[in-house]
Write a new protein. Structure first.
Length: 160
């Protein structure tokens, strides 16, 4: 299952393809995000993790999603600018995607199958997190309410 992660790609807000294979050998934290959610302050913690561990090969990837109470209504460009301005986000953000349903992004279909949720496999809300190991193996899924600092220990283990 490990190599399968590297077969996926996504587009950044400008429409350029970002291949997950570009992150081979790195630990990746994938998060579905929204700029107008009660959990939006997590951007600050995610950016802190990014700054702390990017030189140790951690990659944080934000996947904006508007499927939860319309909390990401901004265009891709506006969303990216808002994240930079309001939260100092420098980690890569992708183009808005669906994480559930028939139009769910293939990467999210894979992640939900690899790391099922509690009771249901669907993503329950914004800021669900997936930690991917250096070999592309999905390690752990975190609830939306799990603050970035609370998963730092798992990130350190994955980076070791």
């Amino acid at each position: 299952m490990s190599a399968q992660f590297y077969t996926y790609s996504a587009e950044n807000p400008q429409g350029n393809e970002i291949k997950m294979s570009d992150f081979e050998g790195k630990t990746v934290l994938i998060v579905n995000t929204a700029t107008q959610c009660g959990l939006t302050p997590q951007f600050d913690g995610l950016e802190k993790l990014h700054q702390e561990y990017k030189d140790k090969d951690l990659v944080v990837l934000g996947f904006p999603c508007n499927q939860f109470a319309g909390q990401e209504p901004l265009s891709n460009d506006e969303m990216e600018a808002t994240c930079k301005l309001n939260h100092g986000v420098t980690f890569p953000l992708m183009k808005k995607i669906d994480v559930n349903g028939g139009n769910a992004h293939p990467l999210y279909k894979y992640l939900k199958k690899a790391l099922p949720g509690t009771l249901v496999n669907s993503i329950k809300w914004n800021f669900t997190k997936f930690l991917i190991g250096k070999d592309g193996t999905p390690i752990k899924r975190y609830a939306p309410t799990a603050k970035p600092e609370s998963i730092e220990g798992d990130i350190k283990k994955a980076l070791a």
